[in-house]
Design a protein around this ligand. Structure first.
Ligand code: B12
Ligand code: SF4
Length: 460
């Protein structure tokens, strides 16, 4: 059940649990910002069906297993790390009433309330051994199961896991312990062909942290797509230094259907890049952007502002630098996401000012800078940078670009995302949820005495 697709998520969840009385419920929480909703869901499930065994997985609970278990006693187990094998063994052990402490990758509190971690689950070495994602179980025709900027023809797919670099703010290299594993180009081709034939999907955001960690993976992908001629389009994620390394493959990528590379370029000064352990230079970033343009590939940059030493002049230079080359960008505020090296360092230095995890979504400042101590002021500065970027004539012209992808993206960004952010700021409308989304506490109020009163006390 993907609650983000349900117009009445809390009610639908309650109804499903009451009807199906499941023995085990798995809850997925990837974003730190959503951890409280995961806890609310666990409390609701436990209250209406106390026999249900609840296991939670995903990045945030993996990193903060003990904290999560103590904050929400309704959660019985946490799957730490990759889920496929751990969950299978967990269910098998439950069924056979075997000792769960022998199942690697589990965290729980024992009868005395002591925290138990059963040990690291080894990573799945060969991702080809996994079955295809169960697309037939997903609501593929739902309007939200698409690519926001590309609609129903679009989809997010995943062909590798992890990354071998170690940027200080990055949860994924921490989650996958700097290990990179991939599906073979042939398996990728099979999946894409199925998506074309059965689900009519033609355009993909490949959510891999770093698509081309090895040249071979890029070459294999290009060959496979040229061979299959499925005529699909791709937006890949990579790094500036890898674009330079694989310059000779860029035309091949384009011919294979790639229309855009998203690069984590982050900032325009080498001192900040060094500080966040990015391991590429500003010069490399500039060269990579120019190369992509030369090979008629679009440049999307993900960027990070809000660094400790940052000044107003830095922000001006930042906008000038990136505004010149990128087709579009994802502007984020540096966030000490639990589990990252940045989190532990900032915590130790006492720089984290806001511990409300709902704000850990890259859109809210939770740490001050040397110059600006007030987080609200930083949030204002951030929004102002967005405005300054998007209201330039150069960007507004893109609303009418002849490139349909760029045109759609800008129209989507300005009418939907920017509008949602504005509504969030003015009216406090929650983000990332359905337009008629009901807050959990409002749902409890509406249900009144039909639900146990403790739920309101535990609600987060
Ligand atoms: C695709 C994606 C999106 C898509 C989502 C589209 C969709 N509906 O699928 C879009 C672009 C919309 C998006 C938006 C956002 N995203 Co996003 N996204 C991703 C991305 C790239 C891939 C997710 C994925 O499919 N992973 C592949 C699967 C296999 O891995 P997994 O989900 O971790 O699951 C495994 C384990 O965690 C575990 N597991 C997970 N759940 C469970 C449950 C149980 C019961 C068990 C046993 C195990 C288990 O088992 C799984 C298999 O091994 C990840 C980065 C990444 N590579 O994971 C970021 C990521 C999840 N996103 C992130 C963020 C911050 C956001 C936004 C808040 C950003 C923003 N400010 O706009 C929004 C939130 C929107 C929303 N409502 O979710 C962060 C979260 C970081 C954090 N700790 O908070 C991530 C990790 C990227 C990052 N490091 O910045 N995102
Ligand atoms: S290169 Fe990207 S995915 Fe890899 S560690 Fe850095 S931010 Fe994370």
């Amino acid at each position: 059940m993907d609650c983000t697709l349900n117009e009445n998520p809390w009610g639908d969840l309650e109804e499903k649990i009451r009807k199906e009385r499941p023995e085990v419920v798995g809850i997925s929480v990837n974003c730190t910002a959503f951890i409280y909703d995961g806890m609310n869901a666990a409390n609701l499930i436990k209250a209406i069906h106390p026999k249900a065994i609840i296991i939670m997985g995903g990045e945030h609970p993996s990193f903060m297993a003990e904290e999560t278990l103590r904050d929400c006693p309704a959660i019985d187990y946490i799957c730490v790390g990759e889920g496929e094998v751990t969950l299978t063994e967990f269910l098998r052990a439950l069924e056979r009433k075997e000792d769960l402490s022998k199942v690697l990758g589990l965290a729980y509190l024992d009868e005395k309330g002591n925290f138990v971690y059963t040990g690291d689950r080894p990573f799945i070495e060969d991702l080809d051994t996994l079955p295809l994602p169960a697309y037939h179980l997903a609501k593929m025709e739902h309007p939200y199961v698409g690519l926001p900027s590309e609609g129903q023809r679009g989809l997010v797919v995943n062909f590798s896991r992890g990354c071998v670099w170690e940027c200080s703010f990055c949860t994924e290299s921490a989650f996958y312990k700097r290990k990179w594993r991939k599906k073979s180009p042939q398996k990728i081709g099979e999946e894409l062909e199925l998506l074309k034939e059965v689900y009519r999907r033609e355009i993909f955001y490949v959510g891999d942290n770093t698509f081309n960690v090895t040249r071979e993976q890029g070459i294999g992908f290009i060959q496979e797509m040229l061979k299959r001629k499925t005529n699909q389009r791709f937006w890949l994620q990579s790094r500036a230094d890898l674009i330079l390394r694989d310059e000779d493959l860029l035309d091949g990528y384009r011919e294979a259907g790639v229309y855009q590379f998203m690069l984590g370029l982050e900032y325009h000064t080498n001192s900040v890049l060094k500080d966040i352990n990015k391991r590429h230079s500003v010069e490399q970033a500039l060269k990579a952007m120019k190369l992509l343009k030369k090979h008629k590939l679009m440049v999307m940059a993900t960027l990070l502002i809000g660094h400790w030493e940052e000044t107003e002049e830095d922000r001006d230079a930042f906008l000038k630098f990136f505004g010149k080359y990128v087709d579009h960008f994802g502007l984020n505020i540096i966030t000490p996401l639990p589990g990252t090296p940045l989190f532990y360092k900032m915590k130790e230095m006492g720089r984290i000012k806001d511990w409300e995890y709902r704000n850990y979504d890259y859109l809210h400042a939770v740490m001050p800078t040397r110059e600006v101590d007030d987080l609200e002021q930083l949030n204002f500065i951030y929004k102002n940078m967005m405005r300054r970027y998007y209201w330039r004539p150069r960007e507004l012209i893109k609303l009418f670009s002849r490139n349909p992808i760029l045109r759609h993206h800008h129209r989507f960004y300005i009418t939907k995302i920017a509008f949602n952010i504005m509504m969030h700021e003015i009216f406090g409308t929650p983000m990332w949820v359905q337009p008629n989304y009901q807050e959990y506490k409002d749902y409890l109020l509406e249900r009144g005495e039909a639900l146990p009163s403790e739920l309101m006390r535990w609600a987060k």
